[in-house]
Design a protein around this ligand. Structure first.
Ligand code: GDP
Ligand code: IMO
Ligand code: MG
Length: 432
């Protein structure tokens, strides 16, 4: 039995798509457990670029199974659009893609209510992806969500939808002064339901059965630790459990069945949307990193905020997720840096903090402590062997690993599949 979770160790966009695509060659099932089409996971191979939002990256590897678990919120319009794109790209998904009947559905009114809520927050807005993710999870927790399984039973679906619409319409009028826009929605969803019917089943039965049969499972995390609803920089977070534990709750797999956790981090840090970001760079430096790293949102196209590597964040991520191996991506983006700053801790009102502050307001007031390391100022783009990395780059990896007490199992030196170094003798190397 081999079952490994891949989790974002920062604020998302760490390169999970590239890493999952690489690892997927060694796994039978690749499963998403949280989030929705707010995720954007980029995979590049043979000159083709795919940005997967809902469908696990494993779908790009022939013969592999891709599973969307119960913890994911699914917009059927987005799902079918993604299916069409894959099929147009020559990827055969029939019989390989599976969707949980317990996953909750996103409706257009979720987007409408999110837009109104963000506008009402004014300067305090979260800067969401506007995909209706938060309101869909709100309905799930409030116990009036509608699930994929309901859509498979048209009379039941209509009945539930009618009830929810009348409740929501009243809330929308009272709170935001606008009626709910639901014209043609039921028919549209029922038609999409027929299209996805062949994918629908019990994802927990599927995954546990696969593990019983000795198959291997890779859990593809979405978002990142600092965007987690419980452990992230609340309220500037997403609305689901993006941490490794989300694999259990979002797929119906017990913790005893998971063998390891791979944490993905960039060689620096980025964040999209609002919220505290202690190591954020000044404009000029951020622009260089943004340009070299092409740091623009894969989903929304928004420029990503850029900053130095924050080991306080990674130390926290190691603890919250139980990370057993780290993957450092985008090393090549630092090829031109003369000197690299690394945050080794925070001061708050003059005192060195031992733990990550729980409040976003406090985190916004910390002063990072930096350690300066020499840059390598040479080309690492596309390097495939650690022996070919410049000394200062090896030292940077060692500094991270020693500080955190966790191995660096893999280093990524470019967006393409083969621009990857697997570090010999590591746990990660043994899982491949
Ligand atoms: P994800 O959400 O964690 O899957 O990450 P995204 O796909 O949103 O963003 C990561 C971006 O970095 C994508 O454009 C990738 O193609 C790119 N990328 C991944 N690894 C590397 C790398 O090692 N070097 C460079 N230059 N780009 C990379
Ligand atoms: P991947 O899987 C980066 C951010 C949004 C916003 C906050 C809440 O590609 O790493 P939401 O629409 O989820 O309610 O927005 O979370 N966010 C992400 N940032 N990568 C992601 O996913 C993200 N998914 C959500 O920018 O700040
Ligand atoms: Mg992304």
């Amino acid at each position: 039995m081999k079952s490994i979770v891949v989790v974002g160790a920062q604020w998302g966009d760490e390169g999970k798509g590239k890493v999952v695509d690489y690892l997927a060659a060694s796994f039978d099932y690749i499963a998403r457990c949280a989030g929705g089409h707010n995720a954007g996971h980029t995979v590049i191979f043979n000159g083709d670029r795919f940005v997967l939002q809902l469908i696990p990256c494993g779908i790009l590897r022939s013969g592999k199974h891709a599973v969307i678990g119960s913890g994911v919120v699914v917009d059927p319009v987005a799902l079918v659009a993604e299916l069409d794109t894959l099929e147009k790209g020559g990827i055969d998904v029939i019989g390989r893609l599976h969707l949980s009947n317990r996953a909750h559905l996103i409706f257009p009114y979720h987007r409408q209510m999110e837009k109104a809520a963000e506008a009402a927050r004014g300067a305090g807005k979260i800067g969401t992806t506007s995909r209706g993710i938060g309101p869909a999870y709100e309905d799930k927790m409030a116990r009036h969500g509608i699930r994929v399984g309901d859509l498979m039973n048209p009379p039941r679906f209509r009945e539930k939808l009618e009830r929810v619409i009348s409740e929501k319409d009243a809330v929308c009028r009272a709170t935001y002064g606008v009626p709910l826009d639901t014209a043609g929605m039921a028919e549209q969803y029922l038609a999409l339901g027929e299209r996805i019917r062949p994918l629908v089943g019990d994802a927990s039965v599927l995954i546990n059965g696969a593990l019983d049969a000795g198959r291997s499972v890779l859990f593809e995390g979405a978002q990142g630790t600092m965007l987690d609803i419980d452990f992230g920089t609340y309220p500037y977070v997403t609305s689901s459990n993006a941490i490794a534990g989300g694999a259990c709750t979002g797929l119906g797999v017990g913790p005893t069945r998971i063998n390891g956790v791979v944490g993905v981090t960039k060689a620096y840090t980025t964040r999209v949307g609002s919220g505290p970001f202690p190591t954020e760079m000044p404009d000029l430096e951020a622009t260089e990193v943004r340009d070299r790293g092409k740091e623009y949102g894969a989903v929304t196209g928004r420029p990503r905020r850029c900053g130095w590597l924050d080991l306080a964040v990674l130390q926290y991520a190691v603890r919250i997720n139980g990370i057993s191996s780290l993957v450092v991506t985008k090393l090549d983006v630092f090829d031109t840096q003369k000197e690299i700053q690394v945050c080794t801790g925070y001061r708050y009102k003059g005192t060195l903090l031992k733990q990550m502050p729980a409040s976003a307001e406090d985190l916004a007031e910390v002063t990072p402590e930096y350690r300066a390391l020499p840059g390598w100022q040479s080309d690492t783009y596309g390097v495939k062997e650690s022996g070919k990395l410049p000394r200062a780059a090896v030292d940077y990896m060692k500094f991270i690993s020693d500080f955190l007490g966790v191995e660096v199992g893999m280093i990524s030196t470019g967006p393409e599949r083969d621009a990857t170094i697997v570090c010999a003798g590591t746990k990660l190397a043994a899982w491949i």
